[in-house]
Design a protein around this ligand. Structure first.
Ligand code: ADP
Ligand code: ASP
Ligand code: MG
Length: 415
């Protein structure tokens, strides 16, 4: 955890949109960063766009086009982070610290060429390390990179967390601090559940499930990269100095926090931004499912859950979930596909959401599923689809009962 030149410890911090929403917020962040710098650390700060900038830029584009080109959306959206990064560098200079802001491209973030959902291929850390060695705070735009063809790319909504962890890996830091508008990872979204508990730690695997199932406090790909390269994440408040949540290996977590008993359920996650697609009356023949999901694959669409019902009279029904954001891109293709494979009907339902429990107990203890489903039944919430793995159970329910579902399941397992 040191720069090659002078053995200075490296600190990588990421500040989210709410934490840099106004000039005052940015000044506060600059003061906090300056304190760390004066402790003798080499500091890299990754920032998101100010407040709701990204949403506002998307709305502007919608005023002009129903389906803007993805390349142009990347050109547009990456500007948001440039504003916050340069303003933070200006504020740091005002605090008496030398600072430089860099775009993802300037900082060496190389991605593939999938606009709006780019995957990181490599981080060339030399330029960052050079600035650190010369004593500057390096402020980098989150959420974006550049392809080998020199096209600007973005990593998908919420992607600044992933940028921060990738930069931490690229410069050899062992930890990455994610500073946000909550003071840690809770057993459920604190905006929905009244008495959530802050986790002192969470394993990479559990956090990855929580994030993939909708706990947006961390972008799931940031957890994937952290796990792969053994970088520890510290999620804490951007405004108050208090211990947050450590995301680390389960061995380290158990040892450090002295957890004797295994925790059954670590948390409840929910996701309202999904749509259910059903292809009804599909001929029960080999190759059909393959062609459906290959079509979706060509659009880089993530499928969140797939259910194929038992076949009846040579036909079956295939249902799956996609993120609402992706639906627009695949809708036309789905209609063509439904015709091609001879499905009797294509249904798209945007009024659904998923509620999930995550924890090692799902695999170890019998009865978790029963308790989860009964707690929904007591609230008269109907379960539409169910999916399980050894770390989670996920139910699709009507979106308007989603918050009630989260509260009921949290009461059952965590209160
Ligand atoms: P940032 O702009 O800093 O990236 P986000 O809005 O992306 O912040 O993520 C923080 C939000 O994540 C919180 O305000 C909270 O509502 C939400 N959240 C969802 N699930 C959880 C959870 N289990 N623990 C903490 N926060 C959660
Ligand atoms: N600004 C981007 C977004 O709003 C990236 C991020 O905040 O992480 O999605
Ligand atoms: Mg975020």
């Amino acid at each position: 955890m040191s720069t090659p030149a002078n053995n200075t410890p490296i600190l990588v911090q990421k500040y989210g949109g709410t934490s840099v929403a106004t000039a005052d917020h940015i000044r506060r962040v600059a003061k906090r960063v300056a304190v760390e710098k004066r402790k003798g650390k080499a500091v890299v700060v990754v920032v998101s766009a100010m407040g709701k900038t990204t949403d506002e830029l998307i709305s502007l584009s919608r005023e002009l086009s129903g389906q803007p080109a993805r390349r142009e959306m990347d050109m547009l959206l990456h500007a948001g982070e440039i504003i916050s990064a340069s303003l933070l560098a200006i504020a740091l200079e005002e605090e008496g610290e030398r600072a430089v802001s860099l775009t993802g491209s300037q900082a060496g973030m190389i991605t593939d060429d999938t606009h709006m959902q780019a995957r990181i291929e490599e981080v060339e850390g030399e330029r960052i390390l050079g600035h650190l060695t010369s004593g500057r705070v390096v402020v980098i735009t989150g959420f974006q990179g550049v392809s080998r063809e020199n096209e600007i790319t973005t990593l998908g909504r919420g992607g600044s967390d992933t940028s921060a962890v990738a930069f931490a890996v690229g410069i050899g830091a062992r930890q990455c601090e994610i500073l946000t508008d909550v003071d840690g990872v809770y057993t459920a979204d604190p905006r929905i559940v009244e008495n959530p508990r802050k986790m002192s730690w969470c394993s990479y695997d559990e956090m990855l499930e929580m994030a993939s199932l909708g706990a947006r406090v961390l972008h799931s790909r940031s957890v994937e990269i952290a796990r792969k390269f053994g970088v520890e994440l510290i999620v804490s408040s951007s405004t108050e100095e208090m211990p947050g949540t450590l995301v680390c290996s389960s061995e380290k977590g158990r040892k450090e926090f002295g957890e004797m008993e295994e925790v059954l359920i670590r948390g409840v996650a929910h996701n309202a931004d999904v749509a259910k697609v059903s292809l009804l009356g599909v001929p029960d023949q080999p190759g059909i499912a393959g062609s459906v999901f290959e079509t979706l694959g060509t659009h880089s669409v993530n499928i969140l859950l797939i259910v194929q019902a038992e076949s009846h009279e040579g036909h079956n029904d295939i249902s799956f979930l996609v993120s609402s954001e992706m639906l627009g891109q695949v809708r036309e293709d789905l209609e063509a596909l439904a015709d091609k494979i001879g499905a009797s009907k294509l249904l798209v339902d945007e009024g659904v959401g998923t509620v999930s429990v995550v924890g090692e107990g799902v695999q170890r203890e019998s009865g978790i599923a029963g308790r989860m489903f009964s707690s929904l039944a007591r609230e008269e919430i109907n379960i539409d689809l169910i999916s399980t793995s050894n770390l989670m159970i996920s139910c699709v329910v009507a979106e308007d009962s989603l918050e009630q579902a989260v509260q009921a399941i949290h009461r059952e397992f965590l209160e």
